[in-house]
Write a protein that binds this ligand. Structure first.
Ligand code: 6PG
Length: 223
């Protein structure tokens, strides 16, 4: 497992923001455009703040979430809201936000249209993921209703997901789409998540969905 341990969170966030900016810059130089796929949740905010100030050709960067909670965009639980507030600011305000949410009742009602929006931006140039202590990543939760479908090699780009560990219905990128990313980073903090990711390496993917991306990922950890 490729895990980098940092002396503290601030150094980790700075170093990761630099790494992501470097990888985006190199894809932009090669292809003229790039995509950045990021998690919501409580951990990545400081990386977003630092990235938003970086001098990059943001106008040619498509930004989208790993997964979204099916709540209105003004809900404090909305990952899209977090993206708008913390990443799509300053220089990064020029980036193109590709939605993973639409104001309809259920994720099923918007899934096809949202997947069509994502398709032109695949494969993902830089993928940043979070992880829960239950070893879920994106909304690939252990025990989720459509986990098997989302782990399949021929999974569609997006799937709706409902899980005991999730408060609301979700929509998520599926395992093959995540795994195809050119650069994969997992950002975790705290002793619980360190233990969890180490356990994940020896568990079946159905019990530890993060395992679907582990082989190709760099894990960034600080206490
Ligand atoms: O919408 C979400 O919840 C995320 O995208 C999810 O996969 C997240 O990365 C983990 O749950 C970790 O969340 P924390 O950083 O809040 O622990």
């Amino acid at each position: 497992m490729n895990l980098i341990e940092y002396p503290d969170r601030e150094m980790m966030m700075m170093s990761l923001a630099n790494k992501i900016a470097g990888e985006l810059g190199s894809v932009l130089r090669q292809k003229g455009r790039a995509s950045l796929c990021v998690p919501g949740g409580t951990t990545p905010g400081p990386v977003f703040d630092m990235l938003s100030a970086v001098d990059l050709d943001w106008a040619n960067v498509a930004v989208f979430l790993n997964d979204e909670r099916w709540v209105a965009e003004d809900s404090p639980r909305s990952n899209t809201r977090l993206l708008r507030q913390r990443l799509l600011q300053d220089r990064a305000a020029k980036a193109q936000l590709v939605p993973l949410y639409a104001p309809v009742d259920q994720p099923e009602d918007a899934m096809e249209a949202l997947a069509e929006g994502i398709a032109p931006h695949l494969p993902i140039s830089v993928l940043l993921l979070g992880m829960g202590a239950d070893m879920h990543t994106a909304s690939l939760f252990p025990g989720a209703d459509r986990l098997q479908e989302a782990l399949a090699e021929d999974a569609p780009t997006l799937l709706p997901m409902r899980a005991p560990g999730a408060d609301e219905p979700r929509i998520t990128l599926t395992a093959p789409v995540l795994r195809d990313a050119l650069n994969i980073h997992i950002l975790i903090t705290g002793a619980d998540k360190r233990t969890a990711i180490e356990r994940a390496a020896s568990l079946p993917v159905e019990e530890a969905p993060v395992r679907a991306v582990l082989a190709d990922a760099t894990i960034h950890w600080a206490e």
